[in-house]
Design a protein around this ligand. Structure first.
Ligand SMILES: O=C(O)CCC(=O)C(=O)O
Ligand SMILES: [Fe+2]
Length: 268
């Protein structure tokens, strides 16, 4: 599919880099990202593209890897016996998601076309404002569908060392599957274990924002220092999320052991 048919150019002037409307969008999104740790761009892709993505992810369900594990909010599976049982590093919770990796997408995949489009990469780079972005060069990671069936969820966690996380809502669940975030739970200099434990134990409900998103919304968020989760999905409608990885340097590939835990033993 041509990028002109994928991007909702009637709402977003994405194909002309010097457009004033684009500049305002970048300014607003930068401010949102700074002030609330996420920004959301509704109706970023067309209905035709959404339908193609929905079909693609649904047709690939039989090859999706069911990543089902207990982990702490730092994405580790090991406990630390030197720390108390109620320390955040020793609090485990469940994650159950279905991963469709980049290498499982067809050459003409609409998700791939979206990810590789210069208009998308450069807009995200302008919003994130930390220098130019490059495609990730890993065989599995660059663009994925992450799918949630009935009862699937992703419990509270910090994303691993990426400066930002980028998702595209393709299909929402019937119920549940809410994306919730407690902005800036920790910072680069302070793990803030006390506050982390409070969020994990449900003691700071007022700090938690639910990021409402309709299908088609692009979301960029700072998942590295802000605890976030996807609440359990209820109902038969698959929750489908596109997840994308851009890098600040060219040629970045993932660690093969990490990939095996995300995508299963076939990638080991
Ligand atoms: O599916 C979502 O809304 C966000 C999932 C998530 O935590 C992530 O991609 O890091
Ligand atoms: Fe995350």
């Amino acid at each position: 599919m041509l990028i002109e048919s994928i991007l909702n150019t009637s709402r977003y002037a994405l194909l002309s880099a010097d457009d004033q409307q684009r500049e305002r969008l970048v300014e607003r999104s930068r401010r949102d990202l700074r002030e609330q740790q996420y920004c959301s761009l509704p109706q970023f892709v067309t209905d035709v593209a959404l339908e193609a993505m929905r079909e693609e992810a649904t047709a690939l369900q039989h090859v999706a890897y069911h990543n089902n594990s207990l982990r702490n909010c730092y994405l580790h599976k090991q406990l630390d016996p030197a720390l108390p049982d109620d320390h955040p590093r020793n609090l485990q919770d469940r994650s159950s998601v279905r991963m469709i990796a980049y290498d499982q997408l067809a050459a003409d995949s609409v998700l791939k076309s979206f990810y590789h489009a210069e208009a998308v990469r450069s807009l995200v780079a302008d919003i994130v404002d930390e220098g130019p972005l490059f495609d990730n060069a890993d065989p599995y990671q660059p663009a994925n569908y992450v799918c949630y069936r009935d009862q699937d969820e992703s419990s509270w966690h910090f994303d691993a060392d990426n400066s930002f996380t980028m998702t595209l809502m393709v299909q929402a669940a019937d119920h549940g599957g809410e994306f919730e975030m407690s902005p800036t739970t920790r910072d680069d200099d302070d793990q803030n274990y006390g506050r982390v434990a409070q969020v994990l134990n449900g003691e700071l409900p007022d700090s938690v924002v639910s990021v409402a998103r309709e299908p088609g919304a692009l979301c960029i968020f700072k998942g590295c220092n802000s605890l976030h989760r996807v609440s359990p999905v209820v109902g038969d409608t698959l929750r489908i999320m596109g997840v994308f990885v851009y890098e600040f340097t060219p040629g970045v590939v993932g660690d093969s052991r990490v990939n095996a835990t995300i995508y299963g033993s076939r990638v080991a």
